[in-house]
Design a binder for this molecule. Sequence first.
Ligand code: DQA
Length: 148
Amino acid sequence: MDVLVINGPNLNTLGTREPEIYGSTTLAEIEAGLVAQGAAAGLEVDTFQSNHEGAIIDRLHEARADGTRFIIINPGAFTHTSIAIRDALAAVAVPFCEVHISNVHAREEFRRHSFLSDLAVGVMAGFGPQGYSLAMAYAVQRLSAAGS
Ligand code: DQA
C-alpha cells in the first residue's frame, strides 16, 4: 500500500451533510477520484471511513504492517478531541497530511485546536473536497522523489 486515505465520523454523509459547509460531493466520489489520481501516478491507494475512534486506530496500526508510505486523514470531529488518534499516528510513524473540507479556523472556536497538526507534514483546510486531491498531489510528488 502506498497511500491510505482515512475519513472519520460523519464524513460518510458527505453530499447531504450541511452542504453549505461541506458541498455536495459524496465521499464515494472523493475516494474514487483519489484512487484514480494515485493510479495515474502508479500508486496504490486504499480508503477507509469509520465513525468509531477505535476502528480508526486499528486501521492506523494495520498501516504499519501493510507498508503504507503516506496517510491522508480527515479525522472529522476527532481532530479536536482524540489524543488516542494522535498517539496512534505517532506510533505508526507514517508521514501524514491532515485534511479538512471546511476552513476550521473560520468556524467555531473549538474547531481551531487540532490534536494532530503538530505531527502532520502539512494541513489542508478550507479548499473543499479539492483539499484531498491537493494532499494526494503532494503525496505523489513526495513518494516519486523517494523512489518506488
Ligand atoms: C471537518 C471539520 C471538523 O471540525 C468537523 O467536525 C468535521 C469535518 C472538515 O472536513 O471540515 O466533521 O474535519
